[in-house]
Design a protein around this ligand. Structure first.
Ligand SMILES: [Zn+2]
Length: 157
């Protein structure tokens, strides 16, 4: 092993700190050392690994990318740092958040496909239809009582 000789020979530091071992950051030995220390110290973070290895080794090309690689590929650390995604919710329309008489306005939240049975001749036929045709038929049936439904369904694709 090659060691760095500097001007710290008369210092009270340990031998490893006075003369750190030279390693390549791209070698397999370096990666195994980082993985071992990361697991040995209970999934140590980036700062700890930096200070631990910079006091003992001299990495050619720096060790920042290797530390990122080791922590990124640790399954336990990835699971523990995972965050849940938040669903973006739209604002409710004014007629749904204000008090009104029952059935003064109505809407359909579900978008289909809906299975519709039709009688053509003597045979039953099943069709699959989507929200727009369902709302269209609902709109026609409730047109007299609910002008709000007509307005909202006209915005739908
Ligand atoms: Zn880890």
């Amino acid at each position: 092993m090659l060691r760095v000789f500097g001007r710290l020979e008369n210092s009270p530091f340990s031998k490893d700190k006075k003369r750190p071992v030279i390693l390549s950051a791209k070698s397999r030995l370096s990666r195994l050392l980082f993985e071992d220390v990361h697991l040995k110290y209970f999934h140590a973070n980036r700062t700890f690994l930096h200070s631990f290895f910079n006091s003992r080794y001299w990495f050619i090309g720096g060790c920042t990318n290797l530390i990122k690689f080791v922590i990124r590929n640790c399954i336990y650390c990835r699971r523990s740092k995972a965050t849940n995604l938040n669903q973006l919710m739209g604002q409710l329309p004014a007629d749904r958040v204000t008090i009104s008489r029952p059935f003064s306005s109505c809407a359909v939240d579900f978008a289909g496909p809906f299975t519709v049975k039709c009688i053509i001749g003597h045979a039953y036929t099943t069709y699959s239809t989507w929200q727009s045709s369902f709302v269209g038929s609902l709109e026609l049936s409730t047109l007299r009582w609910s002008p709000i439904l007509l307005h909202r369904s006209s915005k739908m694709p």
